[in-house]
Design a binder for this molecule. Structure first.
Ligand code: ARG
Length: 270
């Protein structure tokens, strides 16, 4: 065979192989997960009672209500579950890039996010509150009292927008973890933290110098939590919804949240 013939044959071979590879790697999320035998779940485990870390048998373990939901989904699919930890502003991006199969991280299924992701049925109603120093509850009575003040939020969360729209004259500081925001409040670097009620409750319970303010914050989006999947995950979504419907019917979601809350108070979150 002449060199040029070998060369052509080589090119044909490479072409055939890539075509084959492209056909066998399915773009169906459910098949992908089943083929791998593992469901990779993206989350930001600094969000008790939904996902946080605690020592179990001397090992740092991710626990929480979302973790229980993820396990139930993996059981339904007959695969193992793997938790992939990251900052919240990377959680949805990792589903989009395919690094994670799904994300369960107290994610509010907003209209805007629905443009880019498929969402399951919602499993938890969320409400956003303002945490302040207990001594300041009398000082801050309405949103306008936050003019020229600083409030902290978790970066990438819907609380970033809620803080900006409700407290328009405040300086909104976006931090990587809710715990950092709470620490800045305690040390006086910020005057308030905008956080979801279920998460705020834990911090207030563990920090006697903090309180949830009576100021009501409005949200114009869908704030309830849902499981995020890549667009076009119809089959996986059907399975996830089946699990969520069952868990809700059995009252399991509420008990997951209550149990995880009790656990988070016993082993303070980082
Ligand atoms: N529910 C809010 C949102 O979707 C905050 C979620 C933060 N979750 C977390 N695990 N840190 O934007």
């Amino acid at each position: 065979m002449k060199t040029w013939q070998k060369f052509l044959l080589g090119i044909a071979g490479v072409f055939a192989l890539t075509t084959l590879a492209a056909c066998s790697s399915s773009n169906n999320t459910l098949d992908k997960v089943k083929d791998k035998g593992t469901l990779t779940v993206a989350l930001n485990p600094h969000f008790a009672p939904f996902e946080f870390k605690t020592l179990q048998d001397g090992k740092d373990t991710v626990v929480g209500a979302d973790v229980e939901i993820a396990k139930a989904i993996a059981d339904e699919l007959g695969v193992k579950v793997k938790f992939s930890e990251m900052s919240f502003d990377n959680v949805l991006a990792s589903v989009q890039s395919g690094k994670a199969d799904i994300a369960i991280s107290g994610i509010s299924a907003t209209k805007e996010r629905q443009k880019t992701f498929d969402f399951s049925d919602t499993y938890y109603e969320s409400e956003t509150v303002l945490v302040v120093k207990k001594d300041d509850t009398g000082t801050y009575k309405q949103t306008s009292d936050f003019a020229k003040k600083s409030v902290a939020v978790q970066k990438g969360s819907i609380q970033e927008k809620i803080a900006k729209s409700n407290l328009s004259d405040a300086n909104v500081v976006a931090l990587s973890q809710p715990g950092e925001a709470i620490n800045e409040l305690k040390s006086g670097q910020v005057d308030g933290v905008v956080l979801e009620k279920a998460i705020a409750q834990g911090y207030v319970e563990q920090n006697s110098d903090l309180a949830v303010s009576d100021i009501k914050l409005k949200s114009d989006s869908n704030d309830a939590y849902a499981v995020a999947m890549p667009k076009g995950s119809d089959e996986l979504k059907a399975k996830v919804n089946k699990v969520i419907t069952k868990l809700k019917k059995e009252g399991k979601i509420d008990s997951f949240v209550q149990d995880a809350y009790a656990l988070s108070l016993k082993s303070p979150t980082k």
